[in-house]
Write a protein that binds this ligand. Structure first.
Ligand code: F6P
Length: 322
């Protein structure tokens, strides 16, 4: 029986558990032995292995986080760390590895494939949705809905007190979360790293919406925006408009919680597709979903190529917010 390892690495994302469950159950049906690796690459370096059977993944499809645990592991970025990881996998008799995470996770996987005779398949799972080769990564849908839920609540108090709110959302260096929650939450403005941030233009738009009789203003700021986050943006607007405002940084709330149906379905599909890819002898690739179809992308492209964000949606959002 072939042993297939599975780990989650980097920032956790809702749906990771559903993905592990799919790998275990789909893999066991195809006569694979599935070995979970706790705490991502940090656990791999400690040979922290656990055999997973169907019961081990019961009652987890609805849970956020990752029951295997995860970590950001600096040692895996070194040659010594990679060699140690290969040695630990070989000692355990693990011939293949499915890694669930973002680009850092895939860089680690690729290093393992190059250093040892380990076949690796990646699955995109990050709330940031910044991975080339898939329309959506596991966790993005839940994170945007969690942020949206918070923004709807902020709108209530903003409207009641005629205030402006500057809300910072996650997304690392990209604006995918900000763009979707901005449109869905009816924001007056969205500031993202992919477009130039112009504070004067932002002030004009806020003043114009107040003149039109709007009782609340919500500005979504992506954490990676060039303005340096929500605090400097709010400060600069205040200096120009002397407008009463409040700031809300949504932070890690966006990473937690029960995954949406969409994330669970995506996680289940990609988990089983990764097992299929492994069985058919593929390696060094990520399974993603593009236009509803499963596609394999070389792991190196997932960080070398830049995923496109539809900037035209910002203009669309501005029209609707008028
Ligand atoms: O990549 C997911 C993410 O939540 C980013 O949106 C954010 O920038 C980062 O991780 C935060 O990382 P940490 O939890 O290590 O502070």
């Amino acid at each position: 029986m072939c042993k297939l390892g599975v780990l989650t690495s980097g920032g956790d994302a809702p749906g990771m558990n559903a993905c592990i469950r799919a790998i275990v159950r789909y893999g066991i049906k195809r006569e694979l032995e599935i070995i979970g690796i706790r705490r991502g690459y940090a656990g791999l370096l400690d040979s922290d292995f656990v055999k997973l059977d169907n019961r081990a993944v019961g009652n987890i499809i609805q849970r956020g986080g990752t029951f295997l645990g995860t970590a950001r592991c600096e040692e895996m970025k070194t040659k010594g760390g990679v060699n140690k990881a290969v040695q630990n996998l070989q000692q355990e008799g693990i011939g293949g590895l499915i890694t669930i995470g973002g680009d850092g996770t895939f860089r680690g996987a690729m290093a393992l494939a190059k250093a040892g005779n380990i076949r690796v398949i990646g699955i995109p799972s990050t709330i940031d949705n910044d991975i080339y080769g898939t329309d959506y990564s596991i966790g993005f849908d839940t994170a945007t809905n969690t942020a949206l839920n918070a923004i709807d609540k902020i709108r209530d108090t903003a409207g009641a007190m005629h205030r402006a709110f500057f809300v910072e959302v996650m997304g690392r260096t990209r604006g995918f979360i900000a763009l979707d929650v901005g449109i869905a939450g009816g924001a007056e403005q969205i500031l993202i790293p992919e477009t130039e941030t112009n504070i004067d233009k932002l002030c004009q738009s806020i003043s114009s919406s107040i003149r039109k009789g709007k009782r609340s203003t919500i500005v979504i700021v992506a954490e990676g925006d060039e303005a340096g986050g929500v605090f400097p943006v709010a400060q600069q607007v205040w200096e120009r408009l002397r407008l009463e405002y409040r700031i809300c940084v949504l932070g890690h709330i966006q990473r937690g919680g029960s995954p949406t149906a969409r994330d669970r379905v995506l996680a289940s599909k990609l988990g089983s597709a990764a097992v299929d890819a492994f069985i058919s002898g593929r390696s060094g690739e990520m399974v993603g979903e593009v236009n509803g179809q499963i596609e394999l992308t070389p792991l190196e492209n997932t960080w070398r190529k830049r995923k496109k964000l539809d900037k035209s949606l910002i203009r669309f959002m501005e029209e609707l917010a008028s």
